[in-house]
Design a protein around this ligand. Structure first.
Ligand code: NAD
Length: 370
């Protein structure tokens, strides 16, 4: 247990997109304050620290880990770097909040989980969809019997592609857009259905548009066949124009729930000339109709996510999302890319033949890309 009645010191590792969301969220978390930030780009980290009033900055995350005021690190850096930073943080006896996906290989996942266990620190897996207020309400309604037994659950994330170059590099990301966004939908389906066992996974992956950006696929469908007669469908597209579209549906024997995460809460704006104010994630053009999101960080669930993790770390409780959850998601991603490579269902339990290669490898081989 860490400092139940004291202020937890948060060290942020990373200083761009996700770290902005983390800093915005921590403003709303009682009992924790950001004491330091680290990122190799000195200008970025200094600008970031100034914006969020963070007293200390480092260009080497290991100096942040040596800081006694830091109790917890919140990590928002490219996927291939997650493992080393988490293992180093555990060795420095810092609790860990790590962004999705957990890492890029199952071998790394095992190392991260083992290191955090060995050093007695929490490994909190930051899957925001389980904290998204609209989806939390959806789960509450389902659990109260609103739609009866759920036989089909669906989650989709679609936009025109990630914001940083490293996402398009399969070695750094671990895969294409199914790896980046599909990890959300996989855990969402498992959560809504109360984590049932999996019978099989089937996926279809294609590169529809972004042939010049990297080797990974940009459009995919992933079907998870669960025990207890339920199906999950995870739809991911980085070819969809018009900004971020995140939605979910649950179909039960007695009813249906539909949730459009962002647009349902947005301002519906028509602008003949466009506007320069921030409209929302991945909205590149503000001419014509836009759905301007006024409460994006909260809608995504970052506030509730950080509140939950801080509470669990202080009270020594197991969070709803741990390294094991991130590992289970990764296992499904391995099966999904294998399925897309073979063009057939992959039965569970599934053990990928090589835990040290990135999940997309069989699909890249099948397509002759490597
Ligand atoms: N939960 C969500 O909805 C969500 C949204 C976006 C990103 N993410 C995840 O967050 C992570 C980061 O993505 P992002 O969008 O912030 O990327 P980004 O490209 O915007 O930022 C990456 C950051 O990592 C820093 N960095 C690079 N190498 C580093 C190192 N060796 N040590 C410390 N910092 C280093 C960079 O300086 C930069 O600040 C990824 O795992 C991504 O999947 C999650």
């Amino acid at each position: 247990m860490a400092k139940a009645n004291e202020m937890l010191g948060i060290g942020i590792i990373g200083s761009q997109f996700s770290s902005e969301l983390h800093a915005e969220a921590f403003k709303w978390v009682k009992g924790a304050r950001i004491v330091a930030a680290a990122s190799p780009n000195q200008k970025h980290v200094q600008d970031y620290a100034q914006k969020y009033d963070i007293p200390k900055t480092f260009t080497d995350y290991r100096d942040l880990l040596a800081d006694k005021e830091v109790d917890v690190v919140c990590i928002g850096i490219p996927n291939h770097l997650h493992c080393q930073v988490v293992v180093d943080a555990a060795q420095a006896k810092k609790h860990v909040i790590i962004e999705k996906p957990l890492c890029t290989t199952l071998e790394q996942a095992d190392q991260m989980i083992a290191a955090c266990k060995e050093h007695g620190v929490q490994l909190c897996y930051a899957e925001t969809l389980l904290f998204t207020p609209k989806y939390v309400k959806m789960k509450e309604l389902i659990d109260s019997g609103a739609v009866g037994k759920v036989y089909y659950v669906k989650q989709a994330e679609r936009h025109f592609g990630p914001h940083s170059d490293w996402f398009w590099d399969v070695e750094k990301a671990g895969g294409g857009f199914m790896m980046d966004a599909g990890c959300h939908g996989i855990e969402f389906c498992r959560w809504i259905l109360d984590w049932p066992k999996i019978k099989s996974v089937y996926a279809q992956c294609d590169t529809i548009h972004h042939h010049d950006k990297g080797l990974g696929e940009d459009n995919s469908l992933l079907i998870i066949e669960f025990e207890e007669d339920a199906l999950g469908l995870v739809e991911n597209s980085s070819v969809r124009r018009g900004g971020m579209d995140d939605r979910a549906e649950a179909f039960g024997i007695d009813g249906t729930i539909e949730a459009n995460l962002l647009m349902g809460n947005a301002l519906n704006v028509y602008s003949e000339k466009g506007y320069s104010a921030y409209a929302g994630e991945k909205i590149s053009d503000t001419k014509g109709w836009t759905w301007a999101y006024w409460d994006e960080v909260m809608q995504y669930g970052f506030h509730e996510e950080m509140k939950h993790f801080v509470h669990c770390i202080k009270e020594g409780k197991k969070p709803i999302q741990t390294g094991e959850n991130g590992r289970a998601v990764l296992e499904i991603l391995y099966a999904a890319y294998e399925s897309a490579a073979q063009g057939k269902k992959i039965a569970f339990p599934y053990q990928p033949p090589h835990k040290d290669v990135i999940p997309i490898t069989p699909w890249l081989k099948a397509k002759g890309k490597i």
